[in-house]
Design a protein around this ligand. Sequence first.
Ligand code: GDP
Ligand code: MN
Length: 391
Amino acid sequence: MDLYEYQGKQYFARFGIPTSRGGVADSVDDAVAQADAAGYPVVVKAQVKVGGRGKAGGIKLAGDADEVRAHAAAILGMDIKGHVVRRLWIEHASDIAAEYYASFTLDRLAKLHLGMLSATGGVEIEQVAEDNPGAIARLHIDPVQGLDAAAARRWVDEAGLDHKAREQAAELLVALYRCYVEGDCDLAEVNPLILTTDGRVHALDAKVTLDDNAAFRHPDWAEYAATETEDPREKMAKEKGLNYIGLEGSVGIIANGAGLAMSTCDVVNQVGGQPANFLDIGGGANADVMSAALEVINADPHVRAIFVNIFGGITRVDEVAKGVIEALGRVDLRAPIVLRLDGTNAEEGRALLIPHLSDRLIAEETMMAAARRAVALANQTGAHDASEERA
Ligand code: GDP
Ligand code: MN
């Protein structure tokens, strides 16, 4: 679960990570009250779970109450990359001398935690990594050893932070590491981590992803879950008990089994398409499950073709075929379906489908052929690239 910046900063505060004084506002009047409390000048910040808010106009400096009023009115309701701003964070503005980058995440390949620190912050770290990979000091941390003050000091030296920032930065990084480990984060990122003109180091932004698998240890996380604005597609899928993850493309995917669903996403990519979702319908691919799956995919306006990829094991393909046929009678689909059915009772399943095949329901022999067909259909009926439209 991703946290909003203000929640991330509140989380940071529990571990003693310094941030700017501020408060949350849901209206223009609230914003002015929070600005009065924080002290001018202030920064008015859109609370959306997406990066690049600054560039999108979602972060504005305000010198007085009138400016707060104007910026708050403009930012509330603003659409930032598909996220509508419903809440603001107002904080006392900092005078910035330098902007750094710091984060902790898990390096699955190395089986170690990975800290990244750069004296070049405030910008897209992906861009820094591409243009000047040497500018990021990477530190692998053994979870048993942890990160102590001495190691943190060597790390800030290596990253080349300004000398007067080093001691405070090292201390902050130890606290951020504790937040990451004890706070059960998948990601704890500060961009920018700043040095102020009066020589203080603190977190100007907060990006925290909590590890949902650790939720049982943190009853207080319920408060974050309550403010979570889910992808409406994922919400609908959850209500129907489906294992669904929304993606950016135009090819809807239904498969039985998580492994096959992932492979299906891969082959769609491989033949030049983009999956609109991951959807594993599990073992029981009966008409109810199939209708639910088709309904969820049908509700996504970006879907231009649906690829149903079933490998019958315990699930018998003739049962799946019956499910598909019955579901088609219930759901009025906008996009054509490409079916690939294989495995137990595949022949029987295909035979059942023959009378129903049309240019809206197409059967292919292999997974690759079906992927190609689905991608061709998605590209043909799509007048424009769905992923661009969504971005
Ligand atoms: P993001 O664009 O979503 O990552 O939002 P950030 O919170 O990182 O803010 C983007 C940029 O706005 C920062 O890199 C700063 O340059 C600027 N900014 C944010 N807060 C302040 C502030 O208190 N003072 C000043 N001078 N600039 C700020
Ligand atoms: Mn940022």
